[in-house]
Design a protein. Structure first.
Lengths: 281, 319, 329
């Protein structure tokens, strides 16, 4: 038991105060998203109590259809987690494999992929997503896939750089000489050793993906069947003058989630790439 | 060196070309018949056929793309379906508003962000640094449209100091009027961007502080302040130039969202509405302009970096 | 001339205090050079860092006295030390690294700005002095117009040598593994240059290296460092012939001789101890083939074997080179 305790102490020390708080907040939000809908009111329940300001009954007020805002925010957490994790996973999977292959193989494969990565890095991806979503339909799963498909170049670039330096290491060269296939070297040697910065980048990507989806929903391009914080802000906009809480609270949820994710991601990259500045007297 | 510039120039063209081709492909891959969208739901088959011929939709995709490109070279971006105007004219008319919004925000955000990041790096590890970088990360996480709404509520609805939307008041108004309308959108956009630039600057400069030549200069007897200004900053701010340039895309996205919230009559809002109403020539034209703008900015930034960093200059000389 | 007494410097790490330098005492006269030799991690570089007071944030000088030309410098306030001592009295050559010089300024610009920090000369004069300095290390003056990344490793080190020995002419030069990152031929050139410059001036040199042969060629005195302390110290010929500490013996035996008949190469088994929790008693005891119970209980005293030679060992007077056997490769 003591060993587990020590592990936690060590982790806590490494993370620092801010990231620790962020992790706690994120865990709470996740739990709230998963379990809360069983406890709070039905987020889809339309009632006559429209536009109620925050009260004890409805801690975040009600919206234009009398639905409880707090419940909707909590359910919106699920969407955020789905989008964030889904897009980040897809993006890092694609990016890792493609980037690793490009870096390891070199040659025309690398040339082609590098050009592709460059183009994607420069392109305004939000606009691309707006176009894609409006053309092909606003389905949440499709949106997640689209976000993942558009953000993989960032991870690919990181992984490619890792692969380039790793393929010069003795153990990789040994694997090549002993006749291991490209995929074996890639999946058993290069990717496991080079994946650290990709993980850190993916943490940050979770936050970005959520903000992107929220932006799309705000513009009315979100999935009408699910509750999204961005969509809630959009709905609340019409009632800004007399019911500002409708836009305020979902936005706060977004800020807290994205900021926590960002602090955590920054700290992770700090831990995984120790480039602490050495100050001397 | 000249070869390098030329090479980047050609790359620029190719990138824009690929982007436009991508957009074109996406539009034509979309479900639904383009012609019926244009003709309307109640169109009879004969009218539908007329529409098809009129817009060249009866020809194969590659031919359509070819036609588009040939017109493009002549500067003809086509005709907007919804606005009944030449696309090029429409885009030009809205461009200044967006440039005003984005340009002002960029200048303010870069100034505040870089200054803040430099300060944080100078006092790395201190309470000031924690406060600044915390603020930066927090600011960068805020959705720009939400901030816009919050500011709008406080300053327009409640306090009535500033107008809620648009670029001008209904009864005309001069420069001062435009400025008053500009305050809220620019504040929203630059606050968030500044946070991003602060993060970048701090990371870059702090990284340079750990390099060996800093130790050399300390051993040689220079004081901390000179070391920071003459060496850490000079090295640390270089990559910031490139990174800010690369993030022009983010600024553009932010512009769309800001223009939507504040009904700012700019390019972003135009393209957004075009997308919603399936106005394809306008969409294509708008993307073209955006792609060119972003690519040109990156190109300029790249060249500046080459001029500033002696290490890269040598590689560039080699072509 | 430099005198160091009981210098002790520790680093604060997450797991405890790293006792990097403990009670280090030595002196180097004008025209003299001292070589500090030892394995990586023995604390050799830390001595140099402490002397120049360029410790990282987690480094603390616990105690010690450092007299440079008679003046005690450790107790000087930071700004005075920086203005009067750094580079004026003590200079340092760092281990060759890619980034020892700022990559965005030319070599000449950097040398000139460093020179003008310490001497009141015009830019023109500074340039002439810089040209003269790099000339004395066999570099063409055109190098001043180049950027650091355009120079090879050997050229960069020679610039650093010019910077440390010649530009300002301090009293003491600390050379921390100056040739470790260079290939053998270049190393030979660089060391010859250093020796020439040493001879032409009257400064004191402290040469730090893990390479015993280098020290034997270059220095007048030798200090053997193990686990943060000096275990043997003396005139180089005396130490070479009459070395008494088992570690020194092991080190010297590990170097193959060009002239002697071929023998098996000797290694010292085991690894250096943790500096956070150094062993009780003699720090070398865990690896010493002659270790006795007393070695693991009491810290060995400093035993003076001659005027110019002392050893930190319980059995200093009794040890003969032939009796000490380690493992062989």
């Amino acid at each position: 038991m003591n060993k587990v305790g020590r592990l936690f102490r060590n982790l806590a020390n490494q993370l620092g105060v801010v990231s620790l708080v962020s992790v706690i907040i994120l865990i709470l939000m996740t739990l709230a998203g998963i379990f809360a809908p069983f406890f709070v009111k039905d987020p889809f329940a339309i009632s006559g109590n429209t536009y109620l300001p925050p009260t004890y009954e409805h801690p975040a007020g009600t919206d234009s259809l009398g639905r409880d805002v707090l419940s909707r925010i909590l359910v919106g957490t699920r969407t955020a987690l789905y989008v964030g994790l889904g897009a980040a996973t897809l993006s890092s999977l694609l990016g890792t494999v493609i980037g690793g292959l490009a870096g390891f193989r070199g040659g025309w494969v690398d040339e082609l992929l590098s050009r592709l990565i460059e183009i994607f890095l420069v392109m305004p991806i939000f606009f691309l997503l707006i176009l894609v979503v409006s053309l092909f339909g606003a389905n949440i799963m499709f949106t997640v896939i689209a976000i993942g498909a558009v953000t993989w170049p960032r991870n690919a670039r990181i992984m490619r750089a890792q692969a380039l330096s790793l393929k010069e290491t003795t153990f990789c060269k040994a694997a090549v000489v002993s006749g291991a296939s490209t995929s074996r070297i890639l999946f058993f040697h290069i990717i496991p050793n080079g994946i650290a910065p990709v993980i850190a980048s993916s943490a940050l990507l979770i936050g970005s993906a959520v903000l992107i989806e929220a932006g799309l929903s705000f513009l009315g391009l979100g999935d009408p069947n699910i509750i999204s914080w961005g969509g809630m802000i959009r709905d609340g906009r019409k009632a800004l003058t007399f019911a500002p809480w409708l836009s305020l609270f979902p936005g706060l949820a977004l800020v807290v989630f994205a900021a926590a994710m960002s602090f955590l991601g920054d700290r992770l990259s700090h831990i995984l790439n120790p480039e602490l500045s050495k100050k001397t007297m | 060196m000249v070869i390098y510039v030329l090479r980047r120039f050609v790359q620029m063209f190719l990138t824009v070309g690929v982007i436009v081709a991508l957009i074109f492909t996406l539009i034509h891959l979309a479900p639904g018949d383009l012609a019926s969208t244009l003709a309307g739901r109640e169109a009879g088959p004969k009218y539908l056929e007329q529409v098809r011929v009129k817009y060249g939709l009866d020809k194969p995709v590659l031919v359509q793309f070819g036609t588009y490109l040939s017109k493009l070279i002549r500067g003809d971006l086509g005709y907007s379906y919804t606005k009944s105007q030449k696309v090029s004219i429409l885009l030009m008319s809205r461009l200044p508003a967006t440039i005003l919004l984005m340009g002002t925000s960029l200048v303010i955000a870069v100034t505040i962000g870089v200054l803040g990041g430099t300060l944080a790096a100078r006092f790395y590890g201190s309470a000031l640094d924690s406060a600044l970088s915390g603020l930066g990360v927090g600011a960068a996480s805020i959705p720009v449209y939400w901030l816009g709404l919050v500011l709008m509520y406080v300053f327009s609805v409640q306090l009535g100091w500033l107008p809620t939307s648009g670029m001008r008041s209904i009864d005309g108004g001069g420069v001062l009027d435009i400025l008053r309308h500009l305050v809220l959108p620019v504040t929203s956009l630059s606050f968030i961007s500044a946070g991003r630039y602060l993060k970048i600057t701090r990371a870059s400069v702090a990284e340079k502080m750990g390099k060996d030549f800093i130790t050399t200069y300390r051993a040689v007897g220079f004081d901390e302040r000179t070391i920071f200004m003459k060496h850490a900053l000079r090295n640390g701010l270089l990559p910031v130039v490139t990174m800010v340039g690369l993030r022009v895309g983010y600024l553009l996205a932010g512009a769309v969202l800001t223009e939507t919230v504040f009904s700012w009559p700019g390019l972003g809002l135009l393209i957004y509405r075009a997308i919603l109403s399936r106005d394809y020539p306008l969409i294509l034209g708008g993307y073209l302009v955006m792609a060119i703008a972003v690519v040109v900015v990156v190109f300029i930034v790249d060249l500046t970096y080459v001029l500033l960093d002696p290490r890269v200059r040598v590689t560039a000389k080699g072509g | 001339m430099i005198e160091v007494k009981d210098l002790t410097m520790h680093y604060k790490a997450t797991l405890g205090w790293v006792k990097a330098v403990n009670d280090v005492t030595f002196s180097v006269d004008k025209h003299e050079s001292l070589g500090i030799v030892g394995e990586s991690g023995a604390g050799k570089s830390s001595v140099a860092i402490a002397l120049l007071r360029i410790l990282p944030q987690n480094g603390v000088i616990r105690q010690g006295k450092v007299l440079v030309d008679g003046l005690e410098v450790l107790s000087l306030p930071g700004s005075t030390f920086r203005k009067e001592i750094r580079w004026k009295k003590i200079s340092m050559i760092f281990q060759a690294s890619m980034d020892a010089l700022d990559p965005v300024y030319t070599v000449g610009h950097q040398l000139i700005s460093i020179l003008r920090l310490h001497r009141n000369v015009s830019k023109k004069e500074a340039r002439k002095k810089a040209e003269a300095a790099v000339g004395r290390v066999d570099l063409r003056s055109s190098i001043l117009n180049s950027y650091p990344h355009e120079l090879s490793g050997g050229m960069k080190q020679r610039v650093m040598i010019a910077l440390s020995f010649l530009l300002i002419q301090p009293s003491v030069v600390l050379a921390d593994e100056p040739t470790s990152a260079l290939d053998v031929l270049v190393e030979d050139r660089v060391l010859k240059q250093m020796k020439k410059l040493q001879g032409e001036s009257d400064l004191s040199v402290v040469h730090i290296s893990h390479n015993v042969s280098t020290i034997l060629t270059m220095c007048d005195k030798m200090a053997v460092m193990y686990a943060g302390e000096f275990v043997e110290y003396g005139e180089i010929r005396t130490v070479f012939r009459c070395c008494a500490h088992p570690y020194t013996i092991g080190l010297l035996k590990a170097v193959p001789s060009l002239r002697a008949p071929t023998e098996m190469l000797v290694t010292i088994p085991g690894t250096p101890p943790s500096l956070i929790q150094p062993p009780v008693g003699c720090t070398f005891a865990p690896r010493c083939p002659l270790a006795a119970p007393i070695c693991r209980e009491t810290t060995p005293p400093i035993v003076k074997l001659a005027d110019d030679h002392w050893v930190r060992c319980h059995f200093a007077r009794d040890i003969r080179k032939e009796d000490v056997h380690f493992g062989t490769l």
